[in-house]
Design a protein around this ligand. Structure first.
Ligand code: CP
Length: 324
Protein backbone atom coordinates (compact mmCIF):
# COMPACT_ATOMS: atom_id res chain seq x y z
CA UNK A 1 0.00 0.00 0.00
CA UNK A 2 1.56 3.33 -1.09
CA UNK A 3 -1.16 5.73 0.10
CA UNK A 4 -4.02 5.58 2.64
CA UNK A 5 -7.13 6.92 0.93
CA UNK A 6 -10.00 4.71 2.09
CA UNK A 7 -10.66 2.20 4.86
CA UNK A 8 -12.21 0.04 2.13
CA UNK A 9 -8.72 -0.42 0.61
CA UNK A 10 -7.43 -2.21 3.72
CA UNK A 11 -7.39 -6.00 3.91
CA UNK A 12 -7.88 -7.69 7.27
CA UNK A 13 -4.11 -8.31 7.44
CA UNK A 14 -3.30 -4.66 6.59
CA UNK A 15 -5.68 -3.44 9.30
CA UNK A 16 -4.43 -5.86 11.97
CA UNK A 17 -0.82 -4.92 11.13
CA UNK A 18 -1.66 -1.22 11.64
CA UNK A 19 -3.45 -1.96 14.94
CA UNK A 20 -0.55 -4.11 16.18
CA UNK A 21 2.03 -1.50 15.09
CA UNK A 22 -0.01 1.15 16.93
CA UNK A 23 0.28 -0.92 20.13
CA UNK A 24 4.07 -0.71 19.75
CA UNK A 25 3.81 3.03 19.11
CA UNK A 26 1.67 3.45 22.23
CA UNK A 27 4.61 2.19 24.25
CA UNK A 28 6.59 5.20 22.98
CA UNK A 29 3.86 7.54 24.22
CA UNK A 30 4.09 5.92 27.67
CA UNK A 31 7.81 6.78 27.99
CA UNK A 32 9.32 9.98 29.41
CA UNK A 33 10.96 10.73 26.01
CA UNK A 34 8.19 10.20 23.50
CA UNK A 35 10.33 10.03 20.34
CA UNK A 36 11.58 7.55 17.73
CA UNK A 37 14.16 8.46 15.03
CA UNK A 38 12.22 6.65 12.29
CA UNK A 39 11.34 9.63 10.07
CA UNK A 40 14.42 11.77 10.72
CA UNK A 41 15.14 13.72 7.53
CA UNK A 42 11.65 13.16 6.09
CA UNK A 43 9.19 16.04 5.65
CA UNK A 44 5.43 15.74 6.12
CA UNK A 45 2.96 18.51 5.26
CA UNK A 46 -0.43 18.68 6.95
CA UNK A 47 -2.62 20.19 4.24
CA UNK A 48 -5.91 21.22 5.84
CA UNK A 49 -8.63 22.81 3.72
CA UNK A 50 -11.28 22.17 6.41
CA UNK A 51 -11.32 22.87 10.14
CA UNK A 52 -9.97 20.25 12.52
CA UNK A 53 -8.82 20.03 16.12
CA UNK A 54 -8.17 16.33 16.83
CA UNK A 55 -6.95 15.05 13.46
CA UNK A 56 -4.60 17.94 12.68
CA UNK A 57 -2.98 18.08 16.11
CA UNK A 58 -2.84 14.30 16.37
CA UNK A 59 -1.04 13.94 13.01
CA UNK A 60 1.38 16.69 14.03
CA UNK A 61 2.10 14.95 17.36
CA UNK A 62 2.58 11.61 15.55
CA UNK A 63 4.94 13.14 12.98
CA UNK A 64 7.02 14.85 15.67
CA UNK A 65 7.19 11.65 17.77
CA UNK A 66 8.66 9.95 14.69
CA UNK A 67 11.17 12.86 14.31
CA UNK A 68 9.81 14.07 10.94
CA UNK A 69 10.07 17.69 9.86
CA UNK A 70 6.52 19.04 9.90
CA UNK A 71 4.92 21.77 7.78
CA UNK A 72 1.40 22.86 8.71
CA UNK A 73 -0.71 24.37 5.95
CA UNK A 74 -4.15 25.80 6.54
CA UNK A 75 -6.19 26.97 3.55
CA UNK A 76 -7.40 29.91 5.63
CA UNK A 77 -4.84 32.68 5.20
CA UNK A 78 -3.11 30.95 2.25
CA UNK A 79 -3.11 31.69 -1.49
CA UNK A 80 -6.11 29.34 -1.84
CA UNK A 81 -8.19 32.44 -1.01
CA UNK A 82 -6.67 34.07 -4.15
CA UNK A 83 -7.93 31.18 -6.29
CA UNK A 84 -4.91 28.82 -6.25
CA UNK A 85 -5.94 25.26 -7.17
CA UNK A 86 -5.31 22.03 -5.22
CA UNK A 87 -2.85 20.95 -7.94
CA UNK A 88 -0.81 24.17 -7.76
CA UNK A 89 -0.91 24.22 -3.95
CA UNK A 90 0.31 20.62 -3.75
CA UNK A 91 3.03 21.12 -6.38
CA UNK A 92 4.21 24.27 -4.60
CA UNK A 93 4.58 22.35 -1.36
CA UNK A 94 6.26 19.37 -3.03
CA UNK A 95 8.79 21.71 -4.63
CA UNK A 96 9.94 22.41 -1.06
CA UNK A 97 10.81 18.72 -0.61
CA UNK A 98 7.78 17.04 0.91
CA UNK A 99 7.74 13.24 1.35
CA UNK A 100 4.14 12.87 2.54
CA UNK A 101 0.95 14.91 2.38
CA UNK A 102 -1.75 14.51 5.02
CA UNK A 103 -4.83 16.09 3.46
CA UNK A 104 -8.24 17.11 4.77
CA UNK A 105 -10.57 18.54 2.15
CA UNK A 106 -14.26 19.40 1.90
CA UNK A 107 -14.53 17.71 -1.49
CA UNK A 108 -15.03 13.94 -1.48
CA UNK A 109 -12.31 12.42 -3.66
CA UNK A 110 -9.67 15.18 -3.26
CA UNK A 111 -7.08 12.83 -1.61
CA UNK A 112 -7.69 10.18 -4.30
CA UNK A 113 -7.15 12.80 -7.01
CA UNK A 114 -3.91 13.92 -5.35
CA UNK A 115 -2.65 10.34 -5.06
CA UNK A 116 -3.52 9.21 -8.59
CA UNK A 117 -3.21 12.32 -10.79
CA UNK A 118 0.59 12.23 -11.08
CA UNK A 119 0.70 15.85 -9.85
CA UNK A 120 3.03 14.89 -6.99
CA UNK A 121 5.18 11.88 -5.95
CA UNK A 122 4.60 12.17 -2.21
CA UNK A 123 2.71 9.60 -0.14
CA UNK A 124 -0.90 10.78 0.41
CA UNK A 125 -2.83 10.14 3.63
CA UNK A 126 -6.52 11.02 3.78
CA UNK A 127 -7.37 12.97 6.95
CA UNK A 128 -11.05 13.26 5.97
CA UNK A 129 -12.62 14.15 2.60
CA UNK A 130 -16.15 15.53 2.40
CA UNK A 131 -18.71 12.91 3.34
CA UNK A 132 -16.55 10.13 1.87
CA UNK A 133 -13.81 8.66 4.11
CA UNK A 134 -11.75 9.25 7.26
CA UNK A 135 -9.65 6.08 7.41
CA UNK A 136 -7.39 6.96 10.35
CA UNK A 137 -10.50 7.75 12.43
CA UNK A 138 -11.87 4.27 11.68
CA UNK A 139 -8.50 2.74 12.58
CA UNK A 140 -8.29 4.58 15.90
CA UNK A 141 -11.88 3.59 16.64
CA UNK A 142 -11.10 -0.07 15.88
CA UNK A 143 -7.96 0.17 18.03
CA UNK A 144 -10.03 1.56 20.92
CA UNK A 145 -12.68 -1.16 20.53
CA UNK A 146 -10.08 -3.92 20.32
CA UNK A 147 -8.40 -2.70 23.52
CA UNK A 148 -11.70 -2.36 25.40
CA UNK A 149 -13.52 -5.45 24.07
CA UNK A 150 -10.65 -7.91 23.47
CA UNK A 151 -7.79 -6.56 25.60
CA UNK A 152 -4.54 -4.68 25.07
CA UNK A 153 -2.24 -7.73 25.01
CA UNK A 154 -4.88 -10.33 24.15
CA UNK A 155 -5.86 -8.21 21.16
CA UNK A 156 -2.50 -8.46 19.35
CA UNK A 157 -3.02 -10.22 16.02
CA UNK A 158 -6.79 -10.26 16.61
CA UNK A 159 -9.67 -8.65 14.76
CA UNK A 160 -13.18 -7.73 16.03
CA UNK A 161 -14.95 -10.88 14.86
CA UNK A 162 -18.49 -11.15 16.24
CA UNK A 163 -18.45 -7.80 18.05
CA UNK A 164 -21.73 -5.86 17.62
CA UNK A 165 -21.21 -2.19 16.90
CA UNK A 166 -24.03 0.35 16.65
CA UNK A 167 -23.42 3.68 14.89
CA UNK A 168 -26.06 6.32 15.68
CA UNK A 169 -26.97 9.64 14.10
CA UNK A 170 -26.21 11.63 10.97
CA UNK A 171 -24.96 8.76 8.81
CA UNK A 172 -25.83 10.65 5.62
CA UNK A 173 -23.07 13.24 6.08
CA UNK A 174 -20.62 11.10 8.02
CA UNK A 175 -17.28 10.02 6.57
CA UNK A 176 -16.65 8.47 10.00
CA UNK A 177 -19.66 6.16 9.58
CA UNK A 178 -18.65 5.13 6.05
CA UNK A 179 -15.05 4.41 7.09
CA UNK A 180 -16.15 2.51 10.17
CA UNK A 181 -18.66 0.36 8.27
CA UNK A 182 -15.93 -0.61 5.78
CA UNK A 183 -13.23 -1.33 8.36
CA UNK A 184 -15.45 -3.01 10.95
CA UNK A 185 -16.84 -5.34 8.27
CA UNK A 186 -13.28 -6.22 7.19
CA UNK A 187 -12.44 -6.93 10.84
CA UNK A 188 -15.42 -9.28 11.23
CA UNK A 189 -17.71 -7.07 13.34
CA UNK A 190 -21.49 -6.80 12.87
CA UNK A 191 -22.52 -3.18 12.33
CA UNK A 192 -25.98 -1.64 12.79
CA UNK A 193 -26.69 1.94 11.72
CA UNK A 194 -29.43 3.81 13.61
CA UNK A 195 -30.61 7.13 12.16
CA UNK A 196 -33.69 9.15 11.30
CA UNK A 197 -34.92 8.10 7.83
CA UNK A 198 -33.86 11.49 6.36
CA UNK A 199 -30.26 10.96 7.53
CA UNK A 200 -29.80 7.48 6.02
CA UNK A 201 -27.93 7.57 2.67
CA UNK A 202 -29.63 6.34 -0.49
CA UNK A 203 -27.88 3.09 -1.42
CA UNK A 204 -27.21 2.03 2.18
CA UNK A 205 -28.73 -1.33 1.21
CA UNK A 206 -25.46 -2.15 -0.55
CA UNK A 207 -23.37 -1.43 2.57
CA UNK A 208 -22.23 -4.40 4.68
CA UNK A 209 -24.42 -3.53 7.69
CA UNK A 210 -27.97 -3.51 9.08
CA UNK A 211 -30.13 -0.38 9.38
CA UNK A 212 -32.56 0.31 12.23
CA UNK A 213 -34.71 3.30 13.21
CA UNK A 214 -35.15 2.11 16.80
CA UNK A 215 -32.25 2.95 19.11
CA UNK A 216 -33.83 1.51 22.26
CA UNK A 217 -34.13 -2.01 20.83
CA UNK A 218 -30.56 -1.93 19.45
CA UNK A 219 -28.74 -0.82 22.62
CA UNK A 220 -29.06 -4.11 24.59
CA UNK A 221 -27.44 -5.97 21.65
CA UNK A 222 -24.42 -3.64 21.34
CA UNK A 223 -20.81 -4.07 22.47
CA UNK A 224 -20.02 -0.50 21.43
CA UNK A 225 -22.31 2.41 20.59
CA UNK A 226 -20.77 5.16 18.47
CA UNK A 227 -22.62 8.47 18.55
CA UNK A 228 -22.26 10.86 15.60
CA UNK A 229 -22.57 14.64 15.54
CA UNK A 230 -25.36 16.07 13.42
CA UNK A 231 -23.48 17.99 10.70
CA UNK A 232 -25.77 20.99 10.38
CA UNK A 233 -23.14 22.75 8.25
CA UNK A 234 -23.55 20.14 5.49
CA UNK A 235 -27.35 19.93 5.42
CA UNK A 236 -30.53 21.59 4.32
CA UNK A 237 -32.87 22.43 7.24
CA UNK A 238 -35.54 20.23 5.63
CA UNK A 239 -33.46 17.13 6.45
CA UNK A 240 -33.53 17.73 10.14
CA UNK A 241 -36.17 17.18 12.83
CA UNK A 242 -36.15 19.68 15.72
CA UNK A 243 -33.19 19.36 18.11
CA UNK A 244 -35.56 18.33 20.89
CA UNK A 245 -37.18 15.65 18.74
CA UNK A 246 -33.77 14.42 17.55
CA UNK A 247 -32.41 14.14 21.12
CA UNK A 248 -35.57 12.40 22.30
CA UNK A 249 -35.38 9.71 19.63
CA UNK A 250 -31.67 9.41 18.84
CA UNK A 251 -29.76 11.05 21.71
CA UNK A 252 -27.91 8.96 24.31
CA UNK A 253 -28.68 9.86 27.93
CA UNK A 254 -28.05 8.00 31.20
CA UNK A 255 -31.35 6.16 31.04
CA UNK A 256 -30.63 4.82 27.58
CA UNK A 257 -27.01 4.00 28.41
CA UNK A 258 -28.31 1.75 31.23
CA UNK A 259 -29.90 -0.45 28.52
CA UNK A 260 -26.46 -1.34 27.16
CA UNK A 261 -24.69 -4.49 28.40
CA UNK A 262 -22.37 -3.75 31.33
CA UNK A 263 -19.19 -4.26 29.30
CA UNK A 264 -20.34 -2.06 26.40
CA UNK A 265 -18.66 1.28 25.67
CA UNK A 266 -19.87 4.61 24.30
CA UNK A 267 -17.75 6.17 21.56
CA UNK A 268 -17.75 9.50 19.74
CA UNK A 269 -15.29 10.73 17.10
CA UNK A 270 -15.67 14.33 18.31
CA UNK A 271 -16.45 17.13 18.26
CA UNK A 272 -19.40 16.33 20.57
CA UNK A 273 -22.45 18.56 20.85
CA UNK A 274 -23.43 17.95 24.48
CA UNK A 275 -27.17 17.99 25.00
CA UNK A 276 -27.85 17.04 21.37
CA UNK A 277 -26.59 13.53 20.44
CA UNK A 278 -25.06 12.84 23.88
CA UNK A 279 -25.74 14.17 27.36
CA UNK A 280 -22.97 15.45 29.63
CA UNK A 281 -23.75 12.59 32.02
CA UNK A 282 -22.87 10.03 29.31
CA UNK A 283 -19.95 12.00 27.83
CA UNK A 284 -18.29 12.29 31.25
CA UNK A 285 -19.00 8.71 32.34
CA UNK A 286 -16.34 6.00 32.62
CA UNK A 287 -18.01 4.13 29.77
CA UNK A 288 -17.33 6.92 27.28
CA UNK A 289 -14.04 6.49 25.39
CA UNK A 290 -13.90 9.88 23.66
CA UNK A 291 -10.65 11.04 25.33
CA UNK A 292 -9.10 7.58 24.96
CA UNK A 293 -9.93 7.70 21.23
CA UNK A 294 -7.97 10.96 20.92
CA UNK A 295 -4.92 9.48 22.68
CA UNK A 296 -5.15 6.32 20.55
CA UNK A 297 -5.29 8.51 17.43
CA UNK A 298 -1.66 9.53 17.92
CA UNK A 299 -0.52 5.88 18.09
CA UNK A 300 -2.56 4.94 15.01
CA UNK A 301 -1.21 7.89 13.00
CA UNK A 302 2.35 7.03 14.07
CA UNK A 303 1.73 3.47 12.86
CA UNK A 304 0.33 4.63 9.50
CA UNK A 305 3.20 7.08 8.92
CA UNK A 306 5.72 4.46 9.98
CA UNK A 307 4.30 1.79 7.67
CA UNK A 308 3.97 4.12 4.65
CA UNK A 309 7.20 6.08 5.08
CA UNK A 310 9.20 4.22 7.64
CA UNK A 311 12.58 2.64 7.88
CA UNK A 312 13.69 -0.93 7.33
CA UNK A 313 13.63 -2.03 10.94
CA UNK A 314 10.39 -3.30 12.46
CA UNK A 315 8.59 -0.93 14.80
CA UNK A 316 9.12 -3.50 17.54
CA UNK A 317 12.90 -3.62 17.23
CA UNK A 318 13.15 0.14 16.86
CA UNK A 319 11.08 0.73 19.97
CA UNK A 320 13.26 -1.72 21.89
CA UNK A 321 16.50 -0.12 20.63
CA UNK A 322 15.32 3.24 21.88
CA UNK A 323 14.49 1.77 25.26
CA UNK A 324 17.89 0.07 25.76
N1 CP B 1 -12.81 13.33 14.66
C1 CP B 1 -12.36 14.37 13.93
O1 CP B 1 -12.05 14.22 12.74
O2 CP B 1 -12.23 15.53 14.62
P1 CP B 1 -11.62 16.89 14.03
O3 CP B 1 -12.58 17.39 12.98
O4 CP B 1 -11.48 17.81 15.19
O5 CP B 1 -10.30 16.54 13.38
Amino acid sequence: MRHLISAADLTRDDAVLILDTAEEMARVADRPIKKLPTLRGRTVVNLFFEDSTRTRISFEAAEKRLSADVINFSAKGSSVSKGESLKDTAQTLEAMGVDAVVIRHGASGAPYRLATSGWIDAVVINAGDGTHQHPTQALLDAFTMRRRLVGRDAGLGQDLAGKRITIVGDVLHSRVARSNVDLLHTLGAEVTLVAPPTLVPVGVGTWPCEVSYDLDSTLPKSDAVMMLRVQRERMNAAFFPTEREYSRRYGLDGERMAKMPEHAVVMHPGPMVRGMEITAEVADSGRCTVVEQVANGVSIRMAVLYLLLGGNESAVSQTRTEES
